[in-house]
Design a protein around this ligand. Structure first.
Ligand code: ADP
Ligand code: MG
Length: 345
């Protein structure tokens, strides 16, 4: 295999549906285009249909209806091995008793490729991910990062044009997770392949994705760059799921305002009357280092200290130090009109 053999493909999903049983489908007529060579993250809460979508693309699950296209080829009914896709699983799922080389060569063995040839191809891929010198080691003799590279090489051995990753980082400890996430992104760019990565972590999706696809109850709620989705969540669900937003009912409808774009003033401070504002009570003060996170509750509701806050404000540490608040203190939450945007139901 030579290096130019890896070439990315686009994936398009048209009205793709999976109905496991009676009732609401697990995946409900979704439409999605993933550009060749891009990093796409499917994001959403547990049970929203991410893995089912990925498994249908991989060919590990049949579609009830709809189509899956790889470039312009309809792969909906092809067996998994004939699609040009490959899967990378949670915690890398390496075989513990096999060397790195044999782990990488494994699927070629299943396909009846001769030993010398499969070892040569596996060695070449291990070199490509800077693991050639550790080919004889077993997974337990490798660091987490090295294991991830072996898993990547193993997934790439069949020369897929799209790599599918189902929560590959979820079982790792937080420190390693952040490290491995940076590596994944680097390899995706270096290899130039199309990656479709399932995660329930918005932080992970924002760090990795060119395109983020936010799913809820088997449907796509919003799709766009992390910047677009974070700055303009289109629905209440996306605003709440992404976090960092206040969802506020106003006479004009429901709006979203980022928690770092609301200001908190003492109750009696003179304010610009043109600025939208809401009387609140401070329910929580959390020191977070560079900023202080204030939990807030609308005035007039029954006050409960440390109750789940209705709203939050991220106040820069220095601003807070100059004007601190006590739990139970009445205050005014206000924001620039331009900082708010309308959320649909
Ligand atoms: P996610 O990966 O987003 O957590 P899944 O795609 O695994 O969600 O599941 C979506 C829905 O489909 C859930 O309600 C789940 O219980 C259901 N489901 C998943 N796999 C199966 C299956 N093999 N048989 C029946 N129901 C399933
Ligand atoms: Mg899942």
């Amino acid at each position: 295999m030579n290096e130019s053999a890896l070439s990315p493909a686009a994936i398009e999903v048209v009205a793709l549906t999976k109905q496991y049983a009676q009732g609401k489908p697990a995946v409900d007529a979704i439409n999605l285009k993933v550009e060749g060579g891009s990093y796409c993250c499917l994001l959403g809460p547990s049970g929203c249909g991410k893995s089912t979508t990925l498994r249908m693309i991989a060919g590990h699950e049949s579609a009830t209806s709809g189509d899956i296209l790889l470039d312009d080829k309809n792969i909906t009914d092809l067996p998994a091995a004939a699609r040009g896709t490959a899967m990378m699983f949670q915690s890398f799922a390496l075989f513990p008793h096999l060397s790195a080389l044999d782990n990488v060569a494994f699927s070629l063995k299943m396909r009846g490729v001769r030993r010398a040839e499969r070892h040569a191809r596996a060695q070449e891929l291990l070199e490509r991910v800077a693991m050639g010198h550790l080919a004889a080691r077993k997974p337990a003799e490798l660091s987490g990062g090295q294991q991830q590279r072996v898993a990547l090489a193993r997934a790439l051995i069949t020369q897929p044009r799209v790599l599918l990753l189902d929560e590959p980082l979820s079982a790792l400890d937080p420190f390693l997770r952040v490290q491995m996430r940076a590596e994944l992104r680097r390899w995706q760019q270096e290899l130039g392949l199309t990656f479709i990565h399932v995660t329930h972590s918005q932080e992970e999706a924002m760090a990795l994705a060119d395109t983020m696809v936010v799913m809820n109850h088997g449907r796509i709620e919003q799709m766009g760059s992390p910047y677009e989705v974070y700055n303009r969540p289109s629905t209440e669900f996306v605003a709440r799921f992404m976090g960092g937003h206040n969802v506020i009912e106003t006479p004009q409808g429901k709006i979203g305002v980022r928690t770092d774009q609301v200001c908190i003033s003492p109750d009696d401070a003179p304010l610009d009357a043109a600025e939208p504002q809401l009387p609140v009570i401070v329910t929580d003060v959390e020191y977070q280092g560079t900023y202080v996170l204030l939990g807030l509750q609308q005035q007039g509701r029954k006050f409960a200290a440390h109750a789940t806050a209705e709203f939050s404000a991220m106040v820069p540490e220095a601003v807070y130090a100059a004007m601190p608040f006590a739990v139970g203190q009445p205050a005014c939450m206000h924001w620039r009109t331009g900082a708010a945007h309308v959320l649909t139901a």
